[in-house]
Write a protein that binds this ligand. Structure first.
Ligand SMILES: Nc1ncnc2c1ncn2[C@@H]1O[C@H](COP(=O)(O)OP(=O)(O)OP(=O)(O)O)[C@@H](O)[C@H]1O
Length: 263
C-alpha cells in the first residue's frame, strides 16, 4: 500500500454483521486529506455499509473510526455529533424533500443544523451554491420538476452549504446517462480541487473511478484487500482484484504511472 498524503479519516478493523450475514470482517482503510479516494468491489460486498458506518448512519459491531486523529467511535455522543458535522454525504437518490422547493431544501440544514438565523446570509449562501453547481435561478422549482442530474446537483449544493471537510458520495452517477454522469464526475473533481474537500466515493463506474481518484481501496470478503494509487491497483497480483479490473474494462486501461515514494 502506498499512501504519501496525510490521513484525515481512517477506519480500523471494522466489523459489521446483519444476523448471519457477516459484511465487514476487519476492514481497515485510510483516507488521505484533500484527496479523492474510491472504494471499489463487487455488488453486495459492503461498500455502502462501510461508508454508512463512517457517517454514523449504521453502528459498527467492532472497530474504530478516526477523524484528524481523534477516535469518533470512542467520543461521547455530543462530541461525536460535532465531529460528524465535518462530514457531508450525497445520497444515491439525492434525498431532497419533495414538498420543499430548491431554496428551502438548501436552506434547511443551514437553519436546522447550523441554527443560522440571518435570512440575508442564508439567501446569499443558497444563491452562491446554486451558481456554483451551474443552476442559478431555480430556487422556486420543486424536486419533481428537476431531472435526475439536476437533483444530484441540488443535493450537492445542499451538502456544500454546510462546508464539510469530507464529502462521501454513494453511487453519485447511478441512473444517469453517460454525459450527465461525466458532468457529475467533473463536479466531484471541482469540489475536491476548488474547496480542497476530501472526497470518498463508491461507484460502479470503474472507468471514471480510475480516472478521477487519487487512491482506490478494494473491498472483498469484508476486508480492504488493497489500497493504493490507481497504477498500483492496475498492476496488482491479487487474483480477485485483477479479475475485477479486467472485467470492468472493455478497452485497455490507461493509467498514468507516476513515481510515488514509498513510506
Ligand atoms: N440495513 C441492513 N439490514 C440488513 N442487511 C443489510 C443492511 N444494509 C446492508 N445490508 C446487507 O449488507 C450487504 C452489503 O450491502 P451494501 O449495500 O453495503 O453493498 P455494496 O457493496 O454497497 O453493494 P452495491 O455495489 O450493490 O451497492 C448486503 O448483503 C446487504 O443486503
Amino acid at each position: 500500500m502506498r499512501i504519501v498524503d496525510r490521513t484525515i479519516v481512517s477506519v480500523h478493523d471494522m466489523h459489521k454483521r446483519f444476523g448471519e450475514n457477516k459484511v465487514l470482517q476487519g476492514a481497515t482503510i485510510s483516507f488521505p486529506k484533500g484527496k479523492i479516494t474510491a472504494i471499489i468491489g463487487q455488488s453486495g460486498t459492503g461498500k455502502s455499509v462501510l461508508i454508512k458506518t463512517i457517517i454514523g448512519v449504521l453502528t459498527a459491531d467492532r472497530g474504530q473510526i478516526f477523524y484528524e486523529g481523534e477516535e469518533i467511535t470512542a467520543a461521547p455522543p455530543e462530541r461525536r455529533r460535532l465531529i460528524r458535522r465535518n462530514f457531508g454525504y450525497l445520497f444515491q437518490d439525492s434525498a431532497l424533500f419533495d414538498s420543499m422547493n430548491v431554496y428551502d431544501n438548501i436552506a434547511f440544514p443551514l437553519v436546522e443544523t447550523l441554527r443560522m438565523k440571518d435570512k440575508r446570509k442564508i439567501r446569499t449562501i443558497v444563491e452562491e451554491k446554486l451558481e456554483w453547481i451551474g443552476l442559478p435561478g431555480i430556487e422556486r422549482k420543486l424536486p419533481s420538476e428537476l431531472s435526475g442530474g439536476m437533483r444530484k446537483r441540488v443535493g450537492l449544493a445542499r451538502t456544500l452549504a454546510l462546508q464539510p471537510s469530507v464529502l462521501l458520495f454513494d453511487e453519485p452517477t447511478t441512473g444517469l446517462d453517460p454525459v450527465l454522469a461525466e458532468s457529475i464526475n467533473d463536479l466531484i473533481v471541482r469540489v475536491n480541487q476548488e474547496f480542497g474537500i476530501t472526497c470518498i466515493l463508491i461507484t460502479h463506474d470503474i472507468q471514471a473511478t480510475f480516472r478521477i481518484s487519487d487512491y482506490i481501496g478494494f473491498l472483498y470478503d469484508g476486508v480492504i484487500q488493497e489500497q493504493g494509487v490507481p497504477a498500483d491497483l492496475v498492476n496488482t497480483d491479487h487474483p480477485v482484484l485483477k479479475k475485477f479490473i479486467d472485467n470492468s474494462f472493455s478497452t485497455p486501461l490507461e493509467v498514468e504511472v507516476t513515481p510515488c515514494p514509498d513510506i
